[in-house]
Design a protein around this ligand. Structure first.
Ligand SMILES: [Fe+2]
Length: 283
């Protein structure tokens, strides 16, 4: 396929008509196995968003049709990008309610392997939550905050907030703890691990605590942070992070698996998964 022309804002034409039958078949495989796992695991808002959008098993969704529906509900659009984009470009899109989604899809032999977010992660994982007004405002605020944090040299701290909410967040609901983070929702293995495994910690979300906490990019998380409701994110969207950055100074940093005396622990993990991996690496 001819490489698409990249616009100044890094967007490209999705080129929906150019997806092959094999591309749509990968989507279908991923969609069907993930959809089987999510009842009782995904939060109500995720399920609701998924049902209200033109997202189905048979075809990779067309971003123009997704945007039509999103625009009516929360004023968001989905725009196609070729892969990861520079931070400022990403934030600028979010600040303007445009969600940059990878245009390509992984191949059939790499269903669980992802170097860069593809259309399955970005659309299946993220877009249903953009139908929720709290998430819609929160992610826009993150874009605005990201531009500011970048200018202040505090991006690493802010990125952790995104990671532990938008990507790997859990939420307390009437039926129990549920997932809303796209990194979990789009992962076959992690959507089970995050909720069912005895290994990871599940800790009540605390903004300052999360800003100091490192995360794993190469494996399942050692700790998931649980919000009380999605409205908690809406409150976050209105916080002035400036004074918080000041408070962080060069202070303490926490490792992904640390549990602190001040944590509101919902479930303390036994750490067995990561300990097992460390042991096998050292032998
Ligand atoms: Fe993502």
């Amino acid at each position: 396929m001819e490489a698409p022309r990249i616009n100044a804002d890094w967007t490209i034409d999705q080129g929906w008509e150019r997806y092959s039958a094999a591309d749509h078949a990968v989507w279908k495989t991923l969609f069907e196995r993930q959809t089987r796992l999510l009842p009782g695991r995904a939060c109500d808002e995720f399920v609701h968003g998924m049902h209200a959008l033109p997202i189905g098993a048979d075809r990779i969704p067309d971003f123009r049709r997704l945007s039509d529906v999103l625009m009516k509900h929360t004023g968001w659009q989905v725009v196609a990008v070729p892969g990861l984009v520079p931070d400022e470009v990403f934030f600028e899109h979010l600040a303007n309610r445009r969600f940059p989604a990878g245009q390509f899809i992984r191949q059939a032999h790499e269903l669980d392997y992802l170097e860069e977010p593809d259309v399955f992660h970005d659309v299946f994982g993220h877009v249903p939550m953009l139908m929720n007004p709290a998430i819609a405002d929160y992610i826009q605020a993150y874009g605005v905050g990201g531009l500011r944090a970048k200018a202040l040299g505090k991006l690493a701290h802010l990125a952790r907030v995104y990671w532990y909410t938008v990507e790997f967040g859990l939420v307390q609901q009437a039926g129990g703890v549920r997932l809303y983070g796209a990194g979990i929702a789009s992962s076959f293995a992690e959507s089970v691990f995050a909720l069912d495994s005895t290994s990871p910690n599940r800790i009540g979300f605390d903004l300052a605590r999360v800003m100091r906490t490192n995360y794993r990019i190469d494996d399942f998380q050692e700790t998931y942070f649980v919000i009380r409701s999605l409205d908690e994110l809406l409150e976050l969207a209105h916080i002035d992070f400036g004074p918080l950055y000041e408070g962080l100074g060069d202070g303490e940093e926490y490792e992904p698996g640390d549990v602190l005396g001040s944590d509101r622990v919902i479930a303390r993990g036994d750490g067995s998964y990561h300990r097992g991996k460390r042991a096998s690496f050292s032998t």
